[in-house]
Design a protein around this ligand. Structure first.
Ligand code: SME
Length: 155
């Protein structure tokens, strides 16, 4: 599944006729509709010079958490740690921001541009403990390819 998705992701991201916003949106939709255990898929990016994340394109239910301070929740922790954060059971996390009561697990993978942690992809799942190393490798691939096109988008 992830192998096929990689070429589809690249096709979307390299479509210069579409805005960056629309390309990222299309990637979120693709991942959410294709991967059974992806129930909410979104990008957060560093909000200018502020120590906070701002919600970018996403697929799934609207969330109240459009701004997340660094350090807060799983997303805010990844903004500081620069590490993937796999949460098999969100109820076991103290520093967690709940978006929906149906969510059981979460994965957040940082997005690096020129070596800087500039954002992340965040996936919520209604399935307990669904994420493996395959998800991590795939989402790292997505972020590496997003990084190639977002230089101007973040300025
Ligand atoms: N659960 C995240 C907040 C973002 S929502 O999942 C969309 C967190 O704890 O940072």
């Amino acid at each position: 599944m992830f192998k096929e998705l990689q070429s589809k992701v690249n096709a979307i991201l390299s479509n210069a006729d579409s805005s960056i916003e629309n390309r990222l949106q299309a990637v979120c939709e693709l991942l959410k509709t294709t991967v059974p255990h992806y129930d909410w898929v979104g990008f957060y990016f560093k909000n200018g010079d502020k120590e906070e994340l701002k919600l970018g394109p996403y697929a799934g239910k609207p969330t109240d958490h459009t701004i997340i301070p660094f350090g807060k929740g799983i997303c805010g922790q990844v903004a500081i740690s620069n590490q993937n954060f796999v949460v098999p059971d969100v109820s076991a996390q103290d520093n967690y921001i709940a978006c929906s009561i149906t969510v059981k697990s979460e994965i957040v993978v940082p997005l690096f541009l020129n070596g800087q942690n500039v954002g992340q992809i965040d996936i919520d799942s209604n399935t307990p403990d669904p994420f493996t190393g395959q998800d991590e490798r795939f989402l790292e691939f997505v972020n590496q390819n997003v990084a190639k096109i977002i230089q101007g988008y973040l300025e």
